[in-house]
Design a protein around this ligand. Sequence first.
Ligand code: HEC
Ligand code: HEC
Ligand code: HEC
Ligand code: HEC
Ligand code: HEC
Ligand code: HEC
Length: 450
Amino acid sequence: MTKKNLHLSSLQLFLASLFLVFSMMSASAQEDLTTSDGEPAVPVEATTDAGTVGNATQGEALFKANCAACHKLYKRATGPALFQVSQRHDREWLYEWIKNSAALIASGDPEAVAIYNEYNQSNMNAFPQLSNSDIDDILAYTDTEPPVPTAAVAGVDEVAGGGASSETTNNIVLGVLALVLIILIVVLFAVNATLKRFAAANGIQTEFEEDKPARTPIWKAFVQNQFLILVTAIFLLLASAYFVYGAFMSVGVDQGYAPVQPIHYSHRIHAGVSQIECKYCHSSARESKHSGIPSLNVCMNCHKSIAEVSDDTYAEGMEEYGVDYNKEIQKLYAATGWSEAEQAYTGEEEPVRWVRIHNLPDLAYFNHAQHVTAGNIDCQTCHGPVEEMEIMYQYSPLTMGWCINCHRETNVDLDNGYYEEIHKELSEKRGGRQLTIADLGGLECGKCHY
Ligand code: HEC
Ligand code: HEC
Ligand code: HEC
Ligand code: HEC
Ligand code: HEC
Ligand code: HEC
């Protein structure tokens, strides 16, 4: 009797748990359905004249070709910012205005006259060639929400609901899996107990009970085996020595150091995409010990007229790096006291304090001109792929071993006019064999140490 009951109860447990899992799964599926099926019907209605009419991609092309000269999306230019302009005016009115704004103003339309006066009676071009559906496309583009910065995504998305729903489904799936595991364990225990009882009731001896006293636990066996202990001890000692050595050797080595700078300045954009030469900004690298960081005047040579990055660059910054590039340029203006509206310096300066990245200890002497001009070494050999760095970081370890290795391995550039005489003499002495920097004295302590 008891056996049967027990057997049944574990089966029942199993069935009940299966039922639970499936009902939870279908419940969560239903939740998903209601959010993706029921709700959107409402917002779509509400934004018909904003979101759904027209093709934003085609609109973007039309906007760039016809309107971008005078209009920006989020900022006043020659004309007003056009973001969500379709919500400020009637659609019919917009068709008329865009096709021929002068005619609409001449007709005395109060809305048109007001805008015209607000913008100092400057004229917008007429676009009779645009059809109503072209205009719908443009408006679909101007209604598109700006990309959200990735850095803030976690917070914003939860509010917006986009990331939240996928996160909750993830959580639900994880929860269900955990539940299934727990249930399996419980079921196994139940089955085990049932079987044991079944065996006992039938007078069968289970093996485990007999074996138990003879078995020693693994840890005891281990403690008794001296050879194993010796091997383990040696292994542990070696491993910790390895890590301690690594830790000591990395003291003072700042490879990969990439501090947050006061202005998010991208070498990728300037030295990479825009292909500005390193020496345009780091002009002293060729003649002197230091490369130096450019003064902000150098930046303003270009940035007096570049107040904003292109829309594509802007979107890339927001999506891939979580940076609002235009805000960073505003920081440059704040630092130099440049007033965009008046196109003049106000005199209120606040110098930018760049955080120094590469820094040898005072006991070592390193000279840029010697390497860049005399040695003819590319900046990238030591500083890495700078033109790909969104944020500058220390690429090389800058240890003594690093300097010495290169001096041992690098052959002297014998075509170099700078030391021509010396090189010639030396190479004759060595019977024409290639000279390394070490042969020049590049391993002498005094050359690098004061
Ligand atoms: C030559 C410059 C110029 C071009 C090109 C231009 N606009 Fe305009 N736009 C203006 C100006 C200036 C105003 C402000 C009213 C005025 O002074 O006429 C304006 C106003 C507007 C308005 C009213 C905005 C509001 O906030 O009320 C809309 C809509 C508009 N333009 C759409 C367009 C579209 C769409 C295009 C491209 C197909 C375009 N504009 C091309 C200069 C231009
Ligand atoms: C438009 C100006 C500009 C150009 C072009 C430029 N840089 Fe820079 N560079 C800067 C500024 C500003 C900083 C300081 C901010 C930073 O560290 O990101 C800097 C920092 C650096 C640093 C780190 C300095 C430190 O603190 O240790 C290195 C190395 C460097 N640049 C190398 C290069 C190389 C190599 C190139 C050419 C591929 C290059 N730069 C092109 C402006 C420029
Ligand atoms: C030779 C011209 C030139 C010089 C010099 C220059 N920039 Fe730029 N900068 C640009 C251009 C072009 C862009 C925008 C690229 C785009 O729209 O894709 C830009 C974009 C930027 C941005 C936004 C993207 C980013 O890097 O975060 C900042 C900030 C910026 N510059 C700061 C500086 C600073 C600081 C200096 C001086 C050290 C400087 N720029 C010197 C041409 C220049
Ligand atoms: C042989 C390796 C090597 C080469 C090549 C090299 N650098 Fe450096 N750079 C260094 C070292 C090492 C430091 C750290 C110097 C110090 O702390 O005194 C440094 C520091 C800098 C700094 C920080 C400011 C300073 O001068 O201390 C800038 C900026 C810089 N380098 C730019 C450049 C540019 C641009 C080039 C190419 C024209 C270049 N470097 C080529 C090794 C190199
Ligand atoms: C990428 C290879 C490279 C690295 C890394 C490098 N050097 Fe050099 N170094 C050279 C070359 C090439 C020359 C020879 C220039 C010439 O022809 O005079 C040189 C020359 C020198 C000299 C002059 C030697 C002499 O006899 O006149 C000194 C000092 C020096 N380097 C210091 C350093 C220090 C300090 C470091 C590390 C922080 C370093 N170098 C890292 C390649 C390198
Ligand atoms: C090619 C250049 C170069 C030569 C040659 C050179 N050193 Fe160095 N040395 C360095 C640099 C760079 C550092 C700093 C490295 C660091 O911070 O990790 C350094 C660090 C040291 C340090 C460690 C100081 C500390 O605080 O950690 C000692 C000691 C030292 N050097 C001794 C010597 C002696 C002795 C010789 C001659 C046999 C020599 N060096 C030759 C470049 C050189």
